[in-house]
Design a protein around this ligand. Structure first.
Ligand code: NAD
Length: 337
């Protein structure tokens, strides 16, 4: 059994903990938090061993009546691998601790690409992570773009990608984020940083991205234009994408007109936390004009990277190949709408 430590038990960390626990070949050794709050209480209710991420604050847990198993260093030391799901920039600060305990680490998309040996997307470059000590699971947006680009490159060849990312202002729990009533070019500079981030997965890809932020919390929306090296018809592309296990092609008959109904659908089918691990591509939007492909996709920012973290654990430890790992993760989590 692979013993997994989770450092940072927030939006991403708590989801990764649940997903890891579902795996037949993995155990959650424990989770580390900085302070007692509702998530710390839930972690204990779920029987996760809770470790103090910051030793000087360990007393706060006792004062709140929450039992701590020890300092995060103990957890890191005993684990086969640590998933760092701390806020952007904190992962970089934690790197020396993981090195000191000789424990390989996964970081999240908020960290810089040069912190790690390789960036990771299961569908696109699984093998690059094998044997690496420091691996970054790319951001929600980069994960969403990579999953679509990989099959298009393999099947047709890609000349150029242009994507406009309409980004949610904050996650539902992020009460300090915005805008509340505005539409921001964000970042206002063009191209945005997202394109270079996708190039950490596909080094030779030609991609330009533009970003905006809108008053929404549920999901991101991508408007995508891919210039292909072939001229397939739209039906053919729809079939190609429908064969991908982490792409959900929203059928026209479902009458899902946006992220509100997508989340409603996720709740109706009983998804935990209404998570949507798959890219959600509107079937009717998949269109071709000569060698140009167009589509709209919704990306659930809080959850699409979760199965990628699970696969990255196996990739780093050499415990499965890409196809085996993706299939095992999909099956245990129930991925595939
Ligand atoms: P979050 O704020 O929801 O959770 C981070 C958790 O880490 C919090 O519980 C916080 O208390 C804890 N923490 C803070 N300092 C810590 C420390 N020193 N040691 C241990 N824990 C500490 O953040 P998040 O949204 O889960 O983001 C985590 C990472 O995942 C970031 O790199 C982010 O860019 C990336 N990411 C976030 C999203 C998203 O939409 N939320 C999507 C993809 C990737």
């Amino acid at each position: 059994m692979i013993q997994v430590a989770i450092n940072g038990y927030g939006t991403i960390g708590k989801r990764v903990a649940d997903a890891v626990r579902q795996q037949p070949d993995m155990d959650v050794l424990g989770v580390a938090k900085t302070r007692p709050n509702f998530e710390a209480e839930t972690a204990l209710e779920k029987d996760f061993a809770l470790y103090a991420a910051i030793e000087e604050r360990a007393d706060q847990f006792a004062e709140a009546g929450l039992e701590i198993a020890g300092p995060v260093e103990d957890l890191v030391d005993e684990a086969d691998i640590v998933v760092d799901a701390t806020p952007s920039g904190i992962g970089a600060q934690n790197k020396s601790m993981y090195e000191a305990h000789d424990t390989p680490a996964l970081y999240q998309g908020g960290e810089d690409a040069d912190l790690v040996d390789t960036s990771f997307n299961a569908r696109s470059n699984f093998d690059d992570a094998t044997g690496a000590d420091h691996v970054r699971v790319v951001s929600c947006n980069t994960t969403g773009l990579s999953r679509v680009i990989a099959p298009l490159r393999e099947e047709y060849g890609v000349e150029k990608v242009r994507a406009t990312l309409v980004r949610r202002g904050g996650d539902p729990g992020q009460t300090d984020r915005g805008p509340i009533n505005d539409i921001l070019p964000n970042p206002v500079t063009i191209p945005s940083h997202h394109g270079p981030d996708v190039e950490t997965i596909f080094a030779d890809l030609d991609i330009d991205t533009l970003g905006m932020k809108v008053p929404a919390t549920l999901m991101h929306m991508h408007s995508l234009n891919v210039t292909l090296e072939a001229e397939p018809d739209a039906a053919e592309v729809r079939e190609l994408l429908a064969d991908e296990s982490r792409l959900f092609i929203i059928p026209e008959r479902m009458a899902i007109d946006g992220s509100g109904k997508l989340k409603e659908y996720a709740m109706d089918v009983g998804r935990p936390r209404a998570d949507i691990w798959e890219n959600c591509i509107w079937e009717e939007s998949i269109s071709t004009v000569e060698d140009d492909l167009y589509l709209f996709q919704g990306i659930h920012q809080e959850s699409d990277v979760v199965p990628e973290n699970v696969d990255a654990i196996r990739a780093v430890l050499g415990e499965a190949d890409a196809a085996e790992s993706i299939e095992r993760t999909n099956e245990t989590m129930g991925i595939g709408l």
